[in-house]
Write a protein that binds this ligand. Structure first.
Ligand code: UDX
Length: 453
């Protein structure tokens, strides 16, 4: 099938590359000409595991351009994957979506039928709004094309996005038109039936079951995405809340969640206590859902508490530092990890950034390290504000405390006796509970996890 993907961010690029791999003819569009230039040279503008390898492999049926009109023409399916950032009131801003669909409609050809698939996480009702914008554009430009709008939310996790594209838990389609559902079923057929051979470095997970195709109305489909993310954020905040109580009573949250997660009704994933959730989705989507509820004069007290607990995690870390060091002014604090989670260079709404900002207002000196996210962080914090260290042992020099803010695998394997020797005060705050408490304490370090004894 001929597919156009609008937006080459994490979602758009992964979608374009995976659909091309499955044999579709794909064009990726982006307004950013620099990004397009990179992609045409088979370089990825984002850090995503395996994406560059696959970009090279699928080049025979994947093309990139910044010219929307050129790309749309004979496409059967146009997937919208542009950003929907938060407005000041928390609601999702759909101006990029609306601009994109207006431009796309201008490229429609008389007599052709198009399916516009909304993959961006959009406020409830956007499908209908998009329908209206396209109708108005076609009328204005006197174009006689037929089109349908459908919802197909993405559930990709950064760092593993290609895995989730090839082996999703489910595929959701929001449409009330049988012909649209059939076309999209065809688009995803290799995934639904798992008839493709995955790339060697993305093996099919053991025991992977065929993903269910969930067909529903567009409004419910839009809501599925928000509700799923809000629920996952709730799971994490719930565990973080219990972690606080564990500390008070002398229980260990790692043990507690081990026992909780064994109940299939609860499930083990997303029970990891720590610094809280960040990234490009959870903070934005939880805010957008609350803004949506406000519009309808409805309240979401659970979600409100979920967000407050997430914010509280940052202050818990500051309190821990104050407990050990008293005044933070003039202290040197090291931060291991800047990305909002491991295996990505994404620092959007990263909890590490929140902590750094809090520490800077308390006049602490900050040293930071991250295996790949320092480049992005330099656009947010200058080297006058924080010291960027390429080596974690150099970071440790003269530190009064180190906080592990992202559980990169590399931090599990550091020589902590060397880290300790370099530090002024051997205080380690493992804000992701990723180290062995006993091992670190045996080295004579002061270890603090989240909800651990
Ligand atoms: C998330 C959803 O998982 C995905 O389905 C959706 O499409 C986009 O948003 P992503 O933002 O890539 O994906 O990150 P995810 O791996 O879900 O982690 C989100 C945040 O929660 C991270 O900051 C992570 O550190 C934190 N987290 C996750 C925890 O604190 N504890 C956990 O147990 C799991």
């Amino acid at each position: 099938m001929k597919v156009t993907v609008v937006g080459t961010g994490y979602v758009g690029l992964t979608t374009a590359v995976s659909l091309a791999y499955l044999g579709h003819n794909v064009i990726g569009i982006d307004k950013d000409e620099q990004k397009i230039a990179m992609l045409l040279e088979e370089k990825s503008p984002i850090h995503e595991t395996g994406i560059e390898v696959l970009l090279k492999e699928v080049r025979h049926n994947l093309y990139f351009t910044s010219n929307t009109l050129e790309a749309v023409g004979l496409s059967d399916i146009i997937i919208i994957a542009v950003g929907t950032p938060s407005r000041p009131d928390g609601s999702a801003d759909t101006q990029f979506v609306e601009n994109a669909v207006r431009e796309i409609a201008e490229g429609f050809l008389d007599g052709h039928t198009y399916i516009i698939v909304m993959k961006s996480t959009v406020p409830i009702g956007t499908n209908r709004r998009v329908q209206y914008v396209i109708e108005a554009t076609l009328r204005e430009k006197d174009i006689k094309a037929e089109f349908f709008v459908a919802s197909n939310p993405e559930f990709l996790r950064e760092g593993m996005a290609l895995w989730y594209s090839f082996f999703p838990d489910r595929i959701v389609i929001g449409s009330e038109h049988n012909e649209v559902i059939e076309k999209l079923r065809l688009l995803f057929k290799p995934i639904l039936e798992q008839t493709f051979s995955p790339p060697a470095f993305i093996p099919r997970p053991q025991g992977y079951q065929l993903p269910p195709l969930i067909i529903t109305d567009p409004t419910s489909s839009e809501m599925i995405k928000y509700a799923a993310n809000a629920f996952l954020a709730t799971k994490i905040s719930f565990v973080n809340e219990i972690a606080g109580l564990c500390e008070k009573v002398g229980a260990d949250i790692v043990e507690v969640t081990r026992g909780m997660g064994a109940d299939p009704r609860i499930g083990a994933p997303f029970l990891q206590a720590g610094l809280g959730w960040g990234g490009s989705c959870f903070p934005k989507d939880t805010k957008a859902l609350q803004a949506l509820a406000n519009e309808y004069d409805y309240s979401l007290p659970i979600l409100k508490a979920v967000c407050e607990i997430n914010q509280r995690q940052i202050y818990l870390i500051i309190e821990m530092l104050q407990k050990h060091l008293k005044v933070l002014r003039g202290r040197t604090i090291g931060i291991f990890g800047l990305a909002f989670k491991p295996n990505t260079d994404d620092i959007r709404d990263a909890p590490a950034l929140e902590i750094i900002k809090e520490l800077l207002t308390r006049d602490a000196t900050i040293k930071v390290h991250d295996p790949i996210a320092m480049v992005n962080m330099r656009n947010v914090l200058s080297s006058n504000q924080v010291e960027y260290c390429e080596d974690p042992y150099v970071l440790a020099n003269q530190c009064d405390a180190i906080i592990i803010a992202t559980e990169w695998e590399a931090y599990r394997h550091l020589d902590y006796s060397r880290v300790k020797t370099n530090m002024r005060n051997p205080i380690l705050i493992d804000a992701r509970n990723c180290l062995d408490v006993h091992e670190i304490r045996r080295l004579g370090m002061i270890y603090n996890g989240i909800g651990r004894v």
